[in-house]
Design a protein around this ligand. Sequence first.
Ligand code: SF4
Length: 204
Amino acid sequence: MPYDFNFDLSGIPRQFFRELSRVAEERQLHKRFGLRARDIAERFKLSDATGLDVETILFLMEDLVDVQIQNMNQKERFVATKKRALFLPHCARKHMDGSCKASFDAGVPTYRCTHCSEDCLVGQAAKLGEEKDYSVFIVPGGSCIPGIIKRGSFEGIVGVACGMEMRPALQMIQKYNLPGQAVLLIKNGCANTVFSIHFLEAVL
Ligand code: SF4
């Protein structure tokens, strides 16, 4: 989860995320954020919807906008890549116990999804990645990603994670000069985390 607070934005209307994308573009041009973010947070009644205080919401929105900007900046280079990896968080699996029929390959390390459940977010995302010829990794934590990237000689990376895990991941792919696209969790925690499959599909 690595944020020190829990959040759940999965009930927020998609219009909010469209608005964030617009702000991300605007911010890139004008380097302004705070006032617009406060305005959006109030307009969508985010405090009421999430139970979070305004400062925490602004912190989250900053991460969401930064990722949008990063994705926009990297898009052109990313679409030119051929050998790509998709990293998914194991905590978004439908089941975290033996009901998940994925096997765990400790040598990578990654879970290998067997698509046992149609309504499993990770299963759906893994299927999308496989269909688009990505090497898919369902990782138990962000620390194993550098080794996987190095060994796989990937040219482009897509990662799903919370903002706190995403920051070092983005620094790491910048260090390797790899173009990447990021998808943030909209509900964090140790289990049953959520990301937008539509957003991921648009990014892949
Ligand atoms: S669909 Fe894949 S990740 Fe999801 S519960 Fe089944 S085996 Fe596990």
